[in-house]
Design a protein around this ligand. Structure first.
Ligand code: AMP
Ligand code: ZN
Length: 449
């Protein structure tokens, strides 16, 4: 397996640390409906997991759910996103978390994404988070202000390395909003204090006052608790590189001196009709919006797999329709092979070519071209279903007994050169959802879509 590794900016041979590959994915902040851009990343990482398994690796994968501490600005300013969601909907923060966790997994399952081995909710790790903050304080990496416990980034010499940050420029650019509380512009809160009168429903006592964790600390803590460092692969969106993941690395170093992860995969953003996904542009599509327009979640899944995680992608409904057509064409090939014994030819090398493409930095687009141009046997389709998760076999139901009888009658009519009856039966078959082609070796049916 070759993978593009963010810190080195190179495609490298992946070398696991042990028998089981440890993977961590930064999950959603559960305060609103995910849009299709949010789900794109989970499809790329699902391909990663399935490809590693196809190569014979065992995988342990942890996904976190952020239900506290992620402020609107991604830094340490603004409202907690969960509090914002609660105010918007007149619910408690706990109800908001519950609702949007279920909503997230509803889409996750519709997309046939592999269930993580551990789903870790930030608020279930508060005691471990407090212990982690205490540890990094003992190790001399934090300072306390009126606002909270801050991480002193000047204490970690490698702070700028991961994201290739230019700290001098960052300092100059951020001067205007540079809080007096911070010693360095890149410092960040690992624990926030709740001021008297401040509305923040999720609160825990620590250092003699009520408070709640900063956003980044949950990931370092959950990784330490559930996987142990260094993990093999850490994944997320490219927006996580300069702040969130840089801070995760710094925290883990401050807690244990350990490296957090050996490989970092970051996916680029999905644009819609050439524009950023945003409420103000009215282009925030959810998975259910696509379903309402007559698409199957698997059409979106295939559209994602037709591209690459490193490239910015432009989503259009025309392109989604093209992905749908490709999926249905593949489904028809499955049907022909499975029930009609259509042998597409020598498929000895197809599956290995598909895997070779995906193992080359997750180049699923190249694998799609292999599938379009090479013979596929039934076991190749099974292999593909395990790798791409498109459920082509499951979504290809057999025809009904009634349809089978119509096909038999039609074969008899054609043997008698009774073309009128044959055409009548074709019309009946089409009304029932399949069409029929006459070939030298007999009839072949296909789904009508
Ligand atoms: P948000 O809820 O907007 O903070 O988004 C959660 C995560 O989803 C972000 O950290 C990104 O990594 C990812 N994300 C947001 N928008 C997009 C997009 N348009 N395309 C791909 N990923 C996105
Ligand atoms: Zn994270």
């Amino acid at each position: 397996m070759k993978l593009y590794n963010t810190p080195t900016r190179k495609v490298e041979d992946f070398k696991p640390t042990g028998d089981t590959i440890k993977i961590y994915t930064c999950g959603p902040t559960v305060y609103n409906h995910p849009h299709i851009g949010n789900y794109a990343s989970y499809i790329y990482w699902d391909l990663l997991i399935r490809a590693l398994k196809a190569e014979g690796y065992k995988v342990k994968r942890v996904l976190n759910l952020t239900d506290v501490g992620h402020l609107v600005s991604d830094a340490d300013e603004g409202e907690d996103k969960l509090e914002k969601g609660a105010a918007r909907e007149g619910k408690t923060v706990w109800e908001i978390a519950e609702f949007y966790i279920n909503d997230f997994f509803d889409g996750f399952h519709k997309l046939n994404l592999t269930e993580p081995d551990v789903v870790a909710r930030a608020t279930d790790y508060i005691e471990q988070i407090k212990a982690a903050v205490t540890k990094m304080t003992e190790n001399g990496f934090t300072y306390e202000t009126e606002d909270g416990v801050y991480f002193d980034t000047s204490k970690f010499a490698g702070y700028a390395d991961f994201a290739h940050l230019d700290l001098e420029n960052l300092k100059a650019g951020a001067r205007v909003e540079f809080s007096d509380e911070k010693r360095n512009v890149s410092d960040f809160a690992v624990w926030k204090f709740i001021k008297p009168g401040e509305k923040h429903a999720m609160r825990w006592d620590y250092l003699g006052r009520p408070g709640y964790p900063g956003w980044h600390i949950e990931c370092s803590t959950i990784i330490d608790t559930e996987l142990g460092e260094p993990i093999d692969i850490h994944t997320g969106g490219i927006d996580h590189i300069p702040i969130h993941h840089t801070n995760e690395i710094a925290q883990t170093y401050a807690i244990s001196g350990r490296t957090l992860a050996n490989y970092w995969l970051h996916c680029d953003f999905i644009m819609i009709d050439g524009q950023k996904i945003s409420k103000s542009l009215g282009n925030v599509y959810t998975l259910d919006d696509l379903i309402e327009r007559g698409f199957d979640p698997m059409d979106f899944r295939l559209w994602i797999l037709q591209g690459h995680f490193r490239g910015e992608r432009n989503f259009t409904f025309d392109d989604l329709s093209a992905a749908k057509n490709r999926r249905l064409a593949w489904r028809n090939r499955v049907a022909s092979t499975r029930w009609q014994g259509v042998d597409e030819g020598d498929s000895k090398y197809t599956a290995s070519q598909i895997l070779a493409s995906v193992s080359d930095n997750l180049n699923s687009a190249a694998a799609c071209a292999v599938i379009d141009s090479q013979p596929m046997s039934l076991s190749d389709w099974e292999f593909l279903d395990n790798l791409f998760g498109l459920n082509l076999l499951g979504a290809t139901p057999d025809i009904t007994d009634e349809q089978k009888a119509l096909l038999a009658d039609r074969a008899a009519a054609r043997a008698n050169k009774d073309w009128a009856t044959s055409d009548e039966l074709r019309a009946k078959l089409e009304a029932s959802g399949i069409t029929v082609k006459d070939t030298a070796t007999g009839q072949i049916w296909q789904y009508l879509n």
